[in-house]
Design a protein. Structure first.
Lengths: 346, 346, 346, 346
């Protein structure tokens, strides 16, 4: 059994890592840390596991991490992870970092969108962007994975096949994304106060969301050119799920079935990407609680525009599930180990 | 007191008309009809009004309508209204029709999108499209108003000022709309079955919604040219509210405050359109249960695209409230009479 | 026009008072105060009213209240109201206090359940408990009304007719109450954090809720004896509504229709209490957004137990609506003025 | 691998059985039947499994069941199962029946509460009531298990320890239960129509629910006497979860910690019953998607009443999960095999 730890187990990413690792038969959880719950039991923090999972939270210490773990998931907030991850990596511990701190390759962009200077810019180049569908081989060989953001996972999987083929007319690209509320984290706020959040639908950070440069970086890499596009996220009164509706025109004329072939081929060996056969159309519930991404493809013949719609569970494929998928690759396990739970519906 | 009737009072549009007319002090409800609930009391159909509103549903009869009413709201399904409305109009009764039957000017388009031949095409030219912000003066003088669809109301109010000025680059126009579930009506279906609808987010009729030609007709009239655009509706797990996110490029370069000025001037005399001052951003709850439309305007400087977001309550400004607003104009009342209820929030 | 003020307009009770007073044609809002939003506009606090209601929040001052108002609604938290209300009352201003501070007659009970000493115990005897169905005449003549709690309103209206007749076997009485989330107020908390609140059902303060002594006091007064009973509240994932399921045995044998007659007679002249005719059974949506209380009565013949179920909107009949009802009585208006809005459903 | 089948795979119990069996490593699904979807693929019926689970639905045939399976789950509606189950049992196939048809021992009660005559009364005595916490040893040896109803599972686990000790004063017993909507099944209805179900809380079948005699039978068996009690179910606007609040007085005086000891001892060897340590209090989300039952115990010292609150996921411990737990026992597997998935929260 490989020994794994979770740094910063308090939030939703932490609880979801616990849930998934619990079902993984090749790793053993040996170390969990929490700043705010030091000395408390996991079940005090995540009472749904009360009686099912007993382990005391420690304050973070590199020495203890070295002693107790072979790989850690770093679930600290952005801005904190960049202080901790280098310590672990240098000590030879494999790291899957779930923050935004090592996703961008350009420290200037980081400062611009996250509002603080990056203190470990050397690691930006070393980290592998942890989207297995794009970087599987690199992930297998790295010791530091930057786990993608939830929106980027949903959008990149929707666009990668076309971007890779250079077929997107970038100036037509609009992404209208909708997310459940758990993506905003566990801290109470007016924005997520139940009476103001339910029976309500809202856009937020319109054309200003910090995941934008991450998507542009990766799409640009696929396309081999610098690109920009319009991204608008919205908040849906539900817990889990991201649905991204992507609008674009192709640089070449193409029918819907040609589009389908491109996607089908691109994802032929990706166990977690499901292309839905029309008339079936994606719903967020088709992936709820699971590590799958489902895609629907549609051509609007009246305008010549393509509409690609993707769904993921933001806490699984958009965070903890993908982190375990990356861990599986880094440790040489079967990619799907511990991740075959089916979607929960109804 | 002017005597009004409701033809087809059984559905959500019916119950919402009852709620609003109850608070209107210049009209009196004198006649209600229902096919499925003939002989039953209103409170059997809409039990929330039990003990508060007692009136027996009749089968529809033109003679009775003539005898008992001065104006009727026709809340029949599309395909049925076109049989009934001409009978009423010919008899001199003023009609606000809430179906789709008299919104399109072109019977060919009607057949194409609604799947049946129009049996009263003569009336297509006579009906006035009941969006007071565009056709106030014509509504005052007509005897037949075609009350707009819920999506078209939200989209047209978002686009009218720019369309009217000829400033929209039409081939860039994408409308991503999100609606609560009450717009789909009162009949139970798998699609709206609670366990499959809550905690779920879904697109539907992607680039194929029947409200599309209605919007294109009206935008085309404003622009003075034939236009097409991409429209994708989504279902939000909530009861009421439509939020439309509109993406477009302008034919001329413009800053956000110039856009604002155009809208501010265009809607200066429209009591139900509210332009939100940034950083306030629209939410569907800002108009819940009320007849208002709220608008947010945003320029995405990185791509030069404009993003206009509108919210309405689909059952009020998107249906029954707008119908009463039209009635007020047709009867010479103050436009806001009976419609000043504030949004319900939380 | 009578001039009214709202002390502490920031919370949900405040926003609901604004909504109701806006529709009231015999009073004028002349003064609003807020500690946290001093100097800000009402629409900054309650953005749903943006563009619809402009008024600046002042810091509270007795002098200003005296100068500007004839009656005030005090919507301060318990513990604060007892400092403010006596200042107003002494100055001759009529007060409807929506806190818990003047509901209990016994300062010892207050200290026991609210955890602080009462600093104005003289006023406990002077305040009239503002449940019009029980104290209409006294309310008309007082200058200080203690507006009932939301749970007590729902439970007392369910039990008053039987308690008044001395027919309840008190040791059998169990009240299982369920409330929407807005009753817990506007401050964000883990308890009301959307991702932990939706798709979840929870009991809280089991047999320990601070509304218990208020109910026991009023039931005891009706019965003419000291009583205790078991009260357990639960939180429902919805915004508005309280449903109380009341279980009891009668001291005399009785059929369901006899029970019905007792209630029907007791509430014959109460415009806001609706007794539902079986098989219609209460739902919280039957009173949503309105000032009504609806009641269903049932005998469980197998056990001889009676089950009485009441529903109210906790923010309306359970708070702001009842406060306006009390104001109407205190000012000699028709009791229903401004309160005839129908329930919002769907 | 033991070969298992599902008779009637179309509903929510069917989809949940599929989800759980998929994660079970000692059985293999070899046969599924559906009346309404004969010839269709599982993923047409349960699109969340599209691309993940391909198997064609057959019409039911005893011969095919005999040939292909060692054990079947019968997920037919009550009234249908009694026709099918005897055919299977007689053929030597082990059966876990999820309907109500073999739960009651008394065919007269069956007719009274389910409105039809029982056509296989001989089997009423042979079936073992499938609550492992009460009948583990009998389940291991039977070939026919009557899987308990969802409400009975939640209520019996809340009461068994006290009933078994003869400590309940039965005439004081009141059970106020609250259920999510999936318990009502997959067929669309007005009752479960999203716009009428969300933001709404409702009692139903007040003191008349068909699960009542099932609970009385089992409690009576534990107590060794005939008993009746009051049971009122309510519908919560959520998908999954039952919370039962149980009120009773004990026949002997007892403190809360004594009650705790009784429960702790009774459930010492039951892997799926979790007793929560105060102040932790049950929430339905603590068992969401899992096979656990969680219990909170409370004494109301003011009235001497005990309050016991249980939560289960109605589709798992209340249906499919418990069925698999029974299967594990019948097949000699570890009781927890395939059932260790943790609750999904948030």
């Amino acid at each position: 059994m490989v020994r794994v730890g979770i740094i910063g187990v308090t939030g939703y990413t932490g609880s979801e890592l616990l849930r998934i690792i619990h079902a993984h038969d090749q790793v053993e959880l040996t170390y969990v840390t929490s700043h705010s719950f030091t000395g408390r039991n996991l079940s005090d923090i995540h009472p749904q596991y009360s009686g099912l999972m007993e382990m005391v939270c420690h304050p973070f210490s590199v020495e203890e991490a070295i002693e107790k773990t072979d790989l850690v998931f770093c679930a600290l907030p952005h801005g904190e992870a960049m202080h901790t991850v280098p310590l672990l990596t240098r000590a030879g511990i494999k790291v899957v970092d779930l923050s935004a701190d090592f996703r961008l390759k350009d420290k200037v962009l980081y400062q611009e969108w996250y509002g603080k200077e990056h203190i470990a810019p050397d690691y930006l180049g070393k980290a592998v962007y942890g989207l297995p569908e794009l970087y599987r081989e690199k992930i297998k060989e790295t010791t530091l994975v930057a786990n993608p953001g939830c929106y980027p996972t949903s959008v990149l999987l929707a666009l990668a096949p076309l971007a890779h083929k250079g077929m997107i007319c970038w100036e037509t690209l609009v992404v209208d994304a909708k997310s459940g509320t758990s993506g905003a984290g566990r801290n109470p706020s007016q924005f997520l106060h139940y009476p103001e959040c339910t029976e309500n639908f809202r856009p937020y950070r319109v054309a200003a969301h910090q995941h934008t440069p991450e998507m542009e970086q990766e799409l640009g890499r696929l396309a081999g050119e610098e690109i920009t596009f319009t991204f608008v996220p919205h908040l849906v009164p539900m817990i889990r799920g991201i649905l991204s509706t992507v609008y674009l025109k192709s640089v070449v004329s193409m029918e819907e079935d040609e589009l389908w072939s491109i996607y089908d081929k691109f994802y032929a060996n990706d166990p977690f990407v499901r292309l839905l056969v029309p008339p079936l159309m994606v719903e967020t519930k088709y992936v709820y609680g699971s590590n799958y991404c489902a895609l629907s493809l549609k051509k609007d013949s009246r305008t010549g525009r393509f509409i690609i719609i993707s769904v993921i569970d933001n806490l699984v494929k958009g965070a903890a599930g993908q982190a375990v998928q990356n861990m599986n690759l880094m440790l040489g396990f079967e990619e799907t180990t511990g991740l075959e739970m089916l979607p929960l519906r109804p």
